[in-house]
Design a protein around this ligand. Structure first.
Ligand SMILES: NC(=O)c1ccc[n+]([C@@H]2O[C@H](COP(=O)([O-])OP(=O)(O)OC[C@H]3O[C@@H](n4cnc5c(N)ncnc54)[C@H](OP(=O)(O)O)[C@@H]3O)[C@@H](O)[C@H]2O)c1
Ligand SMILES: [Zn+2]
Length: 325
C-alpha cells in the first residue's frame, strides 16, 4: 500500500511516498481503510522529529487523527461501517485506564507517534480504538473530532467550564480553537475569541478580538495553547476564581507568571491532554443537538502530502485534510 514515510534525516523534504507492506493483523486487531486524515501540529513535529514524545517505529508513518471504514477482524462492527480512530493507545488495566483516563495510560501512547499512523491506505488497530459515528456527521467533521474536537472538549471540562460562564479562546481559527469556541457555546457559555482571522467572528457567539490588547473583559475560563506567546498576558483576563487551560505549547514552553495575582485571585492554570473515549461519545451526543461547523481549506490526495504540509503552515481559512485513496 501507499504510505507517507519519514526517517532519519528527518524534515519535510525527506518525507516520501513509499510502497510499504500492509499492516499484519495480530492479537484481535481490526483492519481499517483510512478515509480521511487530519493535519495537526503534532504531525509536522513528528516529520521534523521535534515532539515531546518518542516516535516509534522509525522509519515512521505519521498521522494521528483519522476516520476509516472497517475491513475485517471486528467482533462487534460490520465490514463497511465508518469509524473514528480514538488515537490514544491504552492497555485498559493500569490505574489511569481503570479510572477512566485511558488517554494517560502509563503503558500507552499516541497513534501516529508511538505507532505508525494514518497517512497511508490501511491501518490495523485494537477494536477498542474504533468508535462508530452516525451518518449525519459529515466526513470532514468526523475526521476532525478525535484530536481537534476531543482535545477542545476535554480542555473545557478540565477547566470546569459550565453553562452561563464567560470563556475566551486564543488561536480560535486553529484546529482546536474552532472547536473550543463552538463547543463552549453549545455548553451554554458566552464566548469571545482572540484571532488573527476575520472569519472567526462567524463562529463565536460573542466578540472575536484581533489582538490580546483589544480584550477588556474578564473570563471564567480561558483556553490558550499558544505556548510562550501570550500565555502570561492571557492570565490577566481571568476573573476572580477563573481557570486557564492549556493543552499545547505551539510557540514554546516557557512563561513568566505573576504568582501574586494567581493566588490572591484564586486562579487556576490547568493542564489538559487528549480526552477519553467516553468524552468522545459525549461529544458525538452534543453534535446531535448542536450544529458545529468545521471550515476546510483543502483536501489533498496522499501523494500530495508535501503540498498539504506546506499549505498547513500558511493556511488561512480552515483545516487541511488528506484522503489516502
Ligand atoms: N495535548 C493534546 O492532546 C493536543 C491536541 C491537539 C493540539 N495540541 C497542541 O495545541 C496547540 C494548538 O493546536 P491546534 O491544532 O489548534 O493548532 P493550529 O491548528 O496550528 O492552530 C493554532 C492557532 O494559533 C494561532 N497562532 C499560530 N501561531 C501563532 C503565533 N505565533 N502567535 C499567536 N497566535 C498564533 C492561529 O490562530 P489565529 O489565526 O486564530 O490567531 C492558529 O490558527 C499546538 O501546540 C498543538 O500541538 C495538543
Ligand atoms: Zn493503561
Amino acid at each position: 500500500m501507499k504510505a507517507a514515510v519519514v526517517r532519519d534525516p528527518f524534515g519535510l523534504e525527506n518525507l516520501k511516498i513509499e510502497d510499504v507492506r500492509k499492516p499484519v493483523l495480530e492479537n484481535g486487531d481490526v483492519r481499517v481503510k483510512i478515509n480521511l486524515a487530519g493535519v495537526n501540529p503534532i504531525d509536522l513535529n513528528i516529520i521534523r522529529n521535534k515532539t515531546l514524545y518518542r516516535m516509534n517505529p522509525v522509519p515512521h508513518i505519521p498521522g494521528s487523527e483519522a476516520t476509516g471504514t472497517i475491513l475485517e477482524g471486528s467482533k462487534s462492527l460490520k465490514r463497511g461501517e465508518r469509524v473514528i480512530i480514538y488515537p490514544r493507545l491504552f492497555d485498559g488495566t493500569c490505574e489511569m485506564c481503570v479510572s477512566g483516563r485511558e488517554y494517560m495510560c502509563t503503558h500507552g501512547g499516541l497513534f501516529g507517534v508511538a505507532t505508525n499512523g494514518a497517512y497511508c491506505e490501511e491501518v490495523s488497530l485494537p477494536e477498542k480504538n474504533l468508535i462508530p459515528y452516525p451518518k449525519e456527521i459529515g466526513g470532514e467533521l468526523a475526521a476532525s473530532l478525535s484530536v481537534g474536537g476531543l482535545t477542545a472538549y476535554h480542555g473545557l471540562r478540565r477547566a470546569g467550564a459550565r453553562e452561563g460562564q464567560k470563556v475566551l479562546v486564543y488561536g480560535a481559527s486553529g484546529n482546536t480553537g474552532i472547536f473550543a469556541v463552538q463547543i463552549a457555546a453549545a455548553m451554554g457559555m458566552e464566548v469571545d475569541a482572540v484571532s488573527s482571522r476575520d472569519w472567526v467572528s462567524e463562529y463565536v457567539n460573542g466578540t472575536a478580538f484581533r489582538s490580546d490588547s483589544d480584550v477588556t473583559g474578564s473570563y471564567d475560563v480561558i483556553v490558550n495553547s499558544l505556548g510562550s506567546v501570550l500565555f502570561a498576558e492571557s492570565t490577566k483576563h481571568l476573573a476572580i476564581g477563573g481557570s486557564l487551560v492549556t493543552f499545547g505549547a505551539l510557540t514554546g514552553t516557557g512563561s513568566e507568571l505573576d504568582i501574586g495575582k494567581l493566588y490572591t485571585r484564586e486562579n487556576s492554570v490547568v493542564g489538559s491532554t487528549g480526552g477519553s473515549r467516553s468524552e468522545l461519545l459525549d461529544l458525538l451526543k452534543l453534535l446531535r443537538t448542536h450544529k458545529i461547523r468545521i471550515p476546510v481549506e483543502k483536501i489533498f490526495p496522499l501523494d500530495r502530502i508535501h503540498d498539504a504540509m506546506e499549505l498547513f503552515q500558511k493556511r488561512s481559512s480552515g483545516r487541511i485534510l488528506i484522503r489516502p485513496a
